[in-house]
Ligand binder design. Sequence first.
Ligand code: ARG
Length: 464
Amino acid sequence: MSNQMWGGRFASGPDAIMEEINASIGFDFRLWRQDIAGSRAHVAMLAQAGIVSEADAGAILEGLDEVAREIESGKFSFSRALEDIHMNIESRLAELIGPAAGRLHTARSRNDQVALDFKLWVRDTIDDLDVQLADLQQALVDKAQEYAGAVMPGFTHLQSAQPVTFGHHLLAYVEMISRDRGRFRDARGRLNECPLGAAALAGTSFPIDRDATARALGFDRPTANSLDSVSDRDFVLETLAAAAIAATHLSRFAEEIVLWTTPQFGFVALSDKFTTGSSIMPQKRNPDAAELVRGKSGRIIGDLAAMLIVMKGLPLAYSKDMQEDKEGCFDSLQSLSLCVAAMAGMVRDMTPRVERMKAAAGSGYATATDLADWLVRALGLPFRRAHHVTGQIVAMAAEAGLELEQLTLAQLQAIEPAIGVEVFEALGVENSVRSRTSYGGAAPENVRLQARAWAQRLAGEKKD
Ligand code: ARG
């Protein structure tokens, strides 16, 4: 049997393999709410413009309500022979209300329909992700406030560099996530033009009102070029790019959690909630959730690459290749959502081991820069000279197997005679971190201020 929706010129039905490669209902069923919302706006506009009668429009709207109820309640039976969500819904509508259903598709094509549905879905999903990302920021800010003064080693090259605080470290991720939210917001702003009414590719001869449908569906305006309307998937690419960058941030953080929870680092502990045991090694507690966040970033980045590759060779306007836009996008955004939730859970669950971190912060001559700065400030040495003197002192300490503050004044003076006893104040990690008061620096008072500012900003967002 030929396809009832478009099979007029076809004598027989598709080969089984054709049906399998062609059908998208297995994944685009997720667009059903958006498809029905788009059809409602479209038919209301058709009636307004006198293109279909009020009676037919009324029957179509009631029929669409019934279809929505059937899908919602799980009663709807999706058919692969009907290819996709658009034709599944329209065909059921025809069963329910008869020939009037055939008027719904006036001045519309599946090409503008699918562009619309997918835009609406991506827009909804961006809104959900924003709420989740804000929640992750909140978890980080709460911990940062609690541990604003907890000293930990700051690293460069993963070598102990200078002491920072745990709160400062966490707030770095709050900044990253803020940029992620901004990227999603930007993508949302640009996608918010309505493609409905572009029809197959050239627009339509019916006197449709594209401003009305755009407004009814919450868009800022209709898209301006019909070819672009049906062939544009920038909204998918931009959203996947934002997702890939966000996933990269989460992956870096996950990697730190993996490191921090090793017995060798021991900077934080995770509870049973976010770890698993080993079936053979009873002592183990594995940070699987963090590892999976790190691992899932791979597919999220891959989904972006796949979509870029799908699009890069396509002539205008719609090509069926574009049906491949959906699975990767669903996969990416669902994976990201799960990763964000897992990270928020781990942040709330983690217990920083303050003494461990502080001890680590003091080892490895992490206050050598403070000594050099002190030589500049207290003795007026040029920084290059101070750097050299400090290097000699570090070498002596390393030789003796001592930390800087364990050296005697006499030992220090053997290298630089002008050093006085006040130097010891510069050598402790607490003093070191307290001195980092430049804007954006690691001093606990800065961290407290920044954390409070973020808490206020997040609370303000919730009110709007
Ligand atoms: N299932 C299709 C997709 O996802 C809908 C658009 C089909 N358009 C067409 N002319 N065959 O892209």
